[in-house]
Design a protein around this ligand. Structure first.
Ligand SMILES: N[C@@H](CCC(=O)N[C@@H](CS)C(=O)NCC(=O)O)C(=O)O
Length: 203
């Protein structure tokens, strides 16, 4: 029996896990179950009352209901992804990963807000999410020298998935403009097989 990953081809949180699984060469141990968290099958709810994707159920039936938990777990199962640095480089690395995760959160919040009936969409909320994203891009652009171009860690994977999600859902933000260093890094990172094999369908 394989592990089951409840996810979707468009969810950036699921993509983070899918890229990681591929980098760790664990794909063959994982069955991906395409799941709509807004129309959840009973199996998802049994594993995760939060009704969110990604959710992983291990071969032993243990449920892991959050991408960060799944990342922590899969890191114990495979090799090929860099560990986070120890010592003084650790906290800046974790901060970058958290900021990239925040970009994903703000972009998903934007998408959900836009799906509300037009009369109750709150433009100030959308504007705030865009500002959050642009400030975060600014920071990552300044700090891109700390991202590796070789074996990635979860920091690089989260940054790469966040930028790809902006291209997919918020191309009008045009994050590339004036962020040449981040763009140069992303152009290489996005060519990794793990990124190419986990692309969302055309929007
Ligand atoms: N913190 C969670 C966030 C997961 C999440 O929000 N996933 C979205 C899909 S991209 C979802 O399942 N949304 C359903 C909902 O918000 O009810 C994680 O890292 O896994």
């Amino acid at each position: 029996m394989k592990m089951k990953l409840y996810g979707s081809k468009t969810s950036p949180f699921a993509r983070k896990v899918r890229v990681l699984a591929e980098e760790l060469r664990l794909n063959d141990l994982i069955e991906e179950v395409q799941t709509d968290p807004f129309n959840p099958p009973a199996e998802l709810l049994a594993a995760n009352p939060l009704s969110k994707i990604p959710t992983l159920v291990t071969e032993k039936g243990e449920a892991l209901p959050d991408s960060s938990l799944i990342v922590e777990y899969l890191m114990t199962r495979g090799q090929g992804v860099a560990m986070l640095p120890r010592g003084s480089k650790r906290w800046p690395a974790l901060r970058r990963a958290r900021v990239a995760e925040g970009i994903i959160e703000a972009a998903v919040a934007t998408l959900l807000e836009k799906r509300r009936p037009e009369s109750i969409i709150y433009p100030a909320f959308l504007d705030r999410q865009s500002q959050i994203i642009l400030r975060s891009i600014e920071m990552l652009n300044l700090e891109v020298g700390a991202l590796t171009e070789e074996t990635p860690s979860i920091v690089e994977i989260t940054v790469g998935v966040a930028l790809a999600y902006l291209d997919f859902r918020m191309p009008y933000l045009d994050w590339r403009t004036n962020h040449d260093a981040l763009l140069a890094w992303y152009q290489k990172f996005s060519q990794r097989p793990s990124m190419l094999n986990t692309q969302p369908p055309a929007a």
